[in-house]
Each structure stands twice: as C-alpha cells, then as structure tokens.
Write a new protein. Structure first.
Length: 346
C-alpha cells in the first residue's frame, strides 16, 4: 500500500485504496475472493503482510475482569433501543452470570450514546465493555466518547472499524471512517482505558490475521475478542500463530448462541464468522431446541476454555429470535452452566 497522511491524502489528492479508509487493515468483511464487502474492488490488504504499527508504542492494559480467578464470561447485551427500563431489566437478568457485558453498536439499530449506555448498565449492576465504531464518528467525537466512557466507569472500550451499512439502511447518513479499529485502540489506551479489539480467525485472508493481532497489541490493545471460528482446534491454531508473532494479550473466544433457525441463520450470515454446521443441525432438529442450544453453547465454551491461551469466552448472538427478555434468560442460563463446569470466579 502507498502510505498516506492521517487524513488519507497526499497533497490535494485522495489515495485511499480502502473504501473504509483503513491504514491498518484488513477488516473482517473481506470476501472469500478477497474483494471488499463494499463492492467488487479487491481488498488492498489481502495480498500483503500485516501492516506494522507505526505509531507510538501502546500502553496496553487488560480489563479488570482478567484480574480475578477463573475464566472470563463476556455476554453480548441485547435490549430494545432507547428503552432504559428494558436495558436495566435485562442487565439485572444476566449480570450475575457473567463477568462483563459487551454493549454493541449496530448500523441498523441505533441506540443511546455509548456513555449513557455505560451509565445505565453500571446502575443495573453490570460491568460494561462498550463498543465504539469508526463508521459513525469522526475523530473528535471518538475522542469525546473515550473521555466520556472513562468518566462513566466503562471497564473497557471495544474498538472496531465497523461494518458498512447496507444500501437500504439509512442511505441519507454518511459513513465517516476517520480512524480504523487499530488507531482507535491506540487512542483509547493512551487515554488510560483498556482497549479491546476484535479479530476474525476464519475471515480471509486467514494467514494475515495472527500477525495483525500482534500489531494491534503493539498499538495498545489489552485483550481480543475473536469472532466465531469453525472449531476449537481452529482457535488453537490461530492463538499459537498469534503468539508466534509476539501477541501475549488475553484471548476471549466467540461462542455461537442460538436456539432456533432464525438465530442460527443470522449468525451464519455475518462476514468472517464460521459456525459448525453439524452443531446447527443438532440444535435445530432436537426435540427441545432451546435446551439443545444452551447445551451446545456450554459444550463449545468448555472446549474453547481448554485451549492454551484462551482466557475467556464471549456469548455472542441474540440467543433467541423471541423477545429480548427470553434471549437474556437463555444467555444467563448458559453463563451459569459455564461457571459451574469451568470453575467459579472469585
């Protein structure tokens, strides 16, 4: 890639080969043919080595959850947008079954500002890791959000470049991408907040992903949450390779949580994610798909926690295509069973 200034320009000429203006790519949306999720243009990062971090060495710090005994259980928080009462109720349902809540930021379902979500989650007894995406915020707003999350008591910032909006989702709204996830992690770490980053072991180009994680740590990442991979063995291969490139940060592996066909298909549709088709078939054909889905998630979590280098699991997905309270109860039950089988926290 040609090196550009931080604003993506050399003089008055834009030289961004990446539609998301990433400097430290690739994102998790690269297709199997190595084209960008935004069109047919080839991903400019797909045929090279991992882009080395060229900024100041990051002050990486792991979130507080890793300071306790036993594996970390991180649960995706799913609640109706702009509904503080529902958010509080759902947090209270799942808070006792996990060590932290991952608060997302979805292009098709906006919600309160991240700082407000952090405050509401903490008031209900949760320990929030709050997502910031570069899709919807320019650099100044990201700096404000990082400062606000620190003041609000967020336990970590999940730093992502962000999925691009589909053509039918708010076409009247621009997509910013002033920064990418790696540079956002550097910003958050410099502000004193634990920066958590994503990585996708099974997203093309798979050979580039382990080294890219090591560069994210050099930028300031203190932990990583992995997208779903095809198997625990695949996660083990990825972690070993990342360690070989110098990555030492705690790894949280993704656990696919689904109890019905819409939930399973939604997870399968995400770019960069791989879900065991045999597990999907077993759950969906079971006489009690909810119980089968719960046990499948617990079994996957226990297998992932046995992988050397995996320090926690992320219960990812809605859990149910029903209402949010039902989904929260399912994820709470999974969290409790994982703790029972894998060891308690203290």
């Amino acid at each position: 890639m040609r090196q550009t200034g931080e604003d993506g320009r050399v003089g008055d000429v834009r030289l961004d080969p990446c539609p998301k203006r990433m400097e430290f790519g690739p994102c998790g949306g690269v297709r199997a043919d190595l084209t960008c999720e935004l069109g047919t243009v080839p991903c400019p990062f797909a045929d090279g080595a991992a882009v080395p971090w060229t900024g100041p060495p990051g002050r990486s710090a792991a979130p507080a959850a890793f300071g306790h005994k036993g594996p970390v259980v991180l649960t995706d928080l799913t609640s109706p947008p702009y509904d503080p009462a529902a958010l509080g109720r759902i947090v209270r349902t799942i808070a006792g079954s996990c060590d932290a809540l991952l608060i997302g930021q979805h292009h098709d379902e906006p919600d309160f500002p991240p700082t407000m979500l952090a405050v509401l989650a903490r008031e209900a007894g949760g320990h929030p890791w709050v997502t910031l995406t570069c899709r919807d915020r320019n650099r100044v707003v990201l700096e404000q959000d990082v400062a606000g999350l620190a003041a609000a008591g967020a336990e970590a910032v999940f730093c992502v470049t962000g999925d691009a909006r589909g053509p039918s989702v708010r076409p009247d709204v621009s997509q910013v991408f002033d920064l990418d996830g790696t540079r956002l992690a550097s910003l958050a770490a410099a502000a004193g907040l634990p920066a958590v980053v994503p990585e996708a072991p099974d997203a093309p180009p798979t050979g580039l992903r382990p080294a890219r994680l090591a560069e994210k740590q050099r930028a300031g990442a203190g932990a990583v949450v992995l997208n779903h991979a095809a198997s625990p063995g695949r996660v083990a291969e990825f972690v070993t390779a990342a360690r070989g490139h110098g990555a030492t940060l705690p790894v949280v592996a993704g656990v696919a949580v689904f109890t019905d066909e819409p939930g399973a298909r939604r997870l399968e549709a995400f770019p960069g994610l791989e879900i065991d088709p045999a597990a999907v078939e077993r759950v969906l054909t079971a006489s009690d798909p909810v119980e089968a889905g719960i046990e499948a998630a617990v079994d996957e979590a226990v297998a992932l926690l046995a992988v050397d280098g995996v320090a926690g699991v992320n219960l990812s997905g809605r859990g149910s295509s029903g209402d949010d309270d039902t989904a929260a109860a399912i994820k709470a039950e999974i969290g409790h069973r994982i703790r029972s089988r894998a060891g308690t926290r203290g």
